[in-house]
Design a protein around this ligand. Structure first.
Ligand SMILES: N[C@@H](CCC(=O)N[C@@H](CS)C(=O)NCC(=O)O)C(=O)O
Length: 230
């Protein structure tokens, strides 16, 4: 099937018949790469950097008007090609497409979706702000209130996950898309240099959970996809 989407002008597909991934290896990006690796779906990754020239380009915003990675085009959707952005929506779509990592119905499915939404609406946005105010441009702001606010919120959220993981290997039943969404954000605390600030060492369940997640070979591959230049 030929791909006629405007994004192909900037990011040409060498195999337009398979799923196309437009992403960068950040926590939001690798969720989808990990899911693709876990399911074994055939796909072609394209590196879309976080520079405006890529992620805010006309070609990319034709696929995601919000100008953020990740996004996909699946030429083999249920009724033809599917264009999708928002990592949570992409994970649900891929789980339904493959019948993997999301229970089909009922309470078990609702529980996975609840923890996926917890990541999408809480953990991700809050830790993203922590990164900004702790490591990136916001770290230079003298007023301690924004930094403290996100450190305290990150600690609170870690406490929620720590409690939830008591007696559990995974966040909601079997290993699922909720884990693929949550664990990469826990891993980002290291990149932000914020582990000590949020008291990571005092969260043994989170530590064991992240180790369990990182031990998976699909996770190890997915964390590095798309491959960064150089
Ligand atoms: N809610 C979105 C968030 C995506 C997001 O924040 N992507 C970041 C990278 S982790 C991005 O593309 N940033 C570039 C920018 O904002 O210009 C999702 O989960 O897909």
């Amino acid at each position: 099937m030929a791909l006629s989407h405007p994004i192909t002008a900037r990011f040409p597909a060498s195999r337009p018949d398979i799923l196309q991934l437009y992403s960068f290896p950040t926590p939001n990006g690798v969720k989808v790469s990990i899911m693709l690796e876990e399911t074994g779906l055939d796909y072609e990754p394209h590196l879309v950097t976080l520079a405006d020239k890529d992620v805010k380009s006309e070609a990319f915003t034709a696929l995601n008007p919000n100008g953020k990675i990740p996004a996909i085009i699946d030429p083999n959707g249920p009724e033809g090609a599917v264009e999708l952005f928002e990592s949570g929506a992409i994970l649900i779509y891929l789980a339904e497409k493959t019948g993997q990592f999301l229970p089909e119905a009922g309470a078990a499915r609702a529980e996975v979706l609840a923890w996926l939404m917890f990541q999408m609406g809480g953990l991700g946005p809050m830790l993203g702000q922590l990164g900004f105010f702790y490591k990136f441009a916001g770290a230079e702001i003298e007023d301690p209130r924004p930094r403290d606010r996100y450190i305290n919120e990150a600690k609170r959220l870690l406490g929620v996950i720590e409690g939830r993981l008591e007696g559990r290997d995974w966040i909601a039943g079997d290993y699922s898309i909720a884990d693929m969404a949550i664990a990469p954000w826990l891993n980002a605390l290291d990149f932000y240099g914020a582990k000590e600030a949020v008291g990571w060492a005092g969260h043994p369940n989170c530590i064991a959970y992240l180790e369990r997640f990182m031990a998976r070979s699909a996770v190890q591959r997915g964390m590095k996809i798309p491959k960064r230049d150089g």
